[in-house]
Design a binder for this molecule. Structure first.
Ligand code: AHM
Ligand code: MG
Length: 337
């Protein structure tokens, strides 16, 4: 990147806004506030070992999981940032059973709702492993000026206006799409700005990496077991087409596979009969990003984005990444029902 020619996230958003003459800057303001919250969480994550914020809080979240302290912090920061943007009238987060409706005068007219996993993969934090935030933005379907209801949040993923993630890794990156390509911005700590570093991110058609918790192997459906065996047995003396990499943090695994080519799998198993990952704030945004970077997001039998959510915390089996790999696992599943 030419250091005299930096495009910050805000520059980029404003430039894109000009492509939509009817736009009033509402989406741009919302994204700006998401970016600010991401910087705040990034700062806290980077200081995690120093500021007594590692480890578990005393609370259980709605999934019955003990919340990590950073989970709580990230949830509060993103919710507050979305409220103060004035463009968002309600939020659904992994950490809350019900939707949060913003009744404040300046927010109730907001056009957008946001579904968010404030800190995904947080079970890894104590081991200094990368974690992330996942977000998904929809236009509300209820009337502006009224309080939002759950209906606004149970829209199929095809209705997403934008989706993205933040990865808090060796550097912090914000990756998002409005349906017109996927672009990645790296946080420059000296400037305190997200700077465009990965324009036009694309999944390779054929990937090499498969990312799955193989510890659950014996509990997987037959088709998935056969797919994993297929990846393992394709090894020859001269060629090793597939390699296994699993961080256990969806954002990090997805991000690596987006850069290098691969598939992420979280099938249903005995422990998670309908899958572990949540449709609304994990699978939909990641599938949106996968599709707009030339990849796929599937529940094993079809496109994730067309599923109409039945509940806020609904779980589904999830397969996402390079098209050739996702199609192949779907085929194995279909042939081994
Ligand atoms: P979380 O939202 O509670 O953090 O759970 C989601 C995470 C994903 O990031 C990750 O890929 C998966 O759960 C790991 O699960 P497992 O430890 O069962 O492999
Ligand atoms: Mg999560």
């Amino acid at each position: 990147m030419n250091s005299y020619n930096i495009t910050t996230l805000d520059d980029f958003i404003i430039r894109r806004q000009k492509d939509y003459p009817e736009a009033k800057g509402e989406f741009s303001r919302l994204m700006h506030h998401l970016g600010t919250a991401a910087k705040m969480v990034s700062m806290k994550v980077k200081r995690a070992g120093l500021s007594d914020i590692l480890g578990q809080s005393q609370n259980m979240n709605v999934q019955g999981e003990i919340q990590q302290k950073l989970d709580v912090y990230a949830d509060e920061v993103f919710t507050a940032a979305l409220l103060s943007s004035g463009e968002c009238c309600g939020v659904a987060t992994e950490e809350n059973q019900n939707i949060i409706t913003f009744t404040h005068e300046f927010a109730v007219n907001g056009k957008y709702i946001v579904c968010i996993d404030p800190l995904d993969g947080s079970a890894n934090i104590d081991a200094n492993v990368s974690v992330g935030t996942i977000f998904s933005i929809y236009r509300r379907v209820s009337q502006r000026g009224e309080q939002v209801s759950e209906i606004d949040f149970l829209q199929p993923g095809t209705k997403q206006v934008a989706a993205g993630y933040v990865i808090y890794g060796s550097s912090t990156m914000l990756v998002y799409s409005t349906g017109n390509g996927v672009n990645g911005f790296t946080l420059d700590p000296s400037l305190g700005e997200f700077c465009l570093s990965h324009p036009g991110m694309m999944h390779s058609e054929k990937g090499r990496i498969y990312s799955v918790n193989e510890g659950n192997y014996i509990k997987f459906p037959e088709g998935v077991k056969k797919y994993i065996k297929y990846c393992q047995e394709n090894d020859t003396e001269t060629e090793r087409p597939y390699i296994s990499r699993y961080i256990g943090s969806l954002v990090s695994d997805f991000h690596r596979n987006l850069l290098k080519g691969g598939i992420y799998l979280y099938p249903e198993s005995k422990n998670y009969p309908t899958g572990k990952l949540r449709l609304v704030y994990e699978c939909n945004p990641m599938s949106f990003l996968a599709e707009h970077s030339g990849g796929m997001g599937s529940d094993g039998s079809g496109r994730v984005l067309t599923i109409v959510p039945e509940s806020l915390h609904q779980r589904i089996p999830f397969y996402t990444g390079s098209t050739e790999m996702v199609k192949r696992v779907e085929k194995f599943i279909a042939e081994n029902q």
